[in-house]
Design a protein around this ligand. Structure first.
Ligand SMILES: [Zn+2]
Length: 146
């Protein structure tokens, strides 16, 4: 198996950990880095796992869904209240769990589907790492990555 990794740096978005017993319960922002590791058994005609110049679909997805958004856990009881109070103030993205770990898990599923589609299933995603402000990192690794 060959792998390569693409990293998108400094994507600004907010989140809140509504169950947290500290300041993470407040809506707050980070600059996030997202690293996506791709794998294949057979490279393309250039010897690439993926052509980094042909990953605009991933950057576009990040720009459309995460850039300047607020990521909420789907069980957050205030998400609808905040959104409905001022819908023009929010670009909301919902995941099961908006921790670093939960965002990495969610992005793995989204990106793997996109990559499989774009490469006719030649390439798959084996892990996604998500970092908050270059300090804290969580990584979701495909159970099929070994
Ligand atoms: Zn945070």
């Amino acid at each position: 198996m060959l792998t390569c990794t693409k990293t998108y740096f400094d994507i600004p978005f907010a989140h809140r950990q509504y169950l947290h017993d500290g300041r993470c319960a407040f809506v707050h922002g980070h600059n996030w880095d997202i690293s996506v590791t791709f794998a294949c058994d057979r490279t393309d005609e250039n010897g690439f796992v993926v052509d980094f110049g042909k990953l605009k679909f991933l950057k576009n997805w990040i720009d459309e869904n995460l850039d300047h958004s607020c990521v909420f856990s789907k069980s957050d009881p205030l998400m609808r209240v905040l959104r409905d109070a001022a819908p023009e103030a929010w670009k909301i993205f919902v995941v099961d769990q908006c921790s670093c770990e939960g965002i990495a898990r969610h992005l793995f599923g989204v990106f793997n589907d996109l990559v499989l589609r774009e490469t006719s299933s030649r390439v798959r995603v084996v892990s996604v790492s998500v970092s908050e402000d270059k300090k804290n990192t969580a990584r979701f690794v495909s159970p099929e990555a070994d």
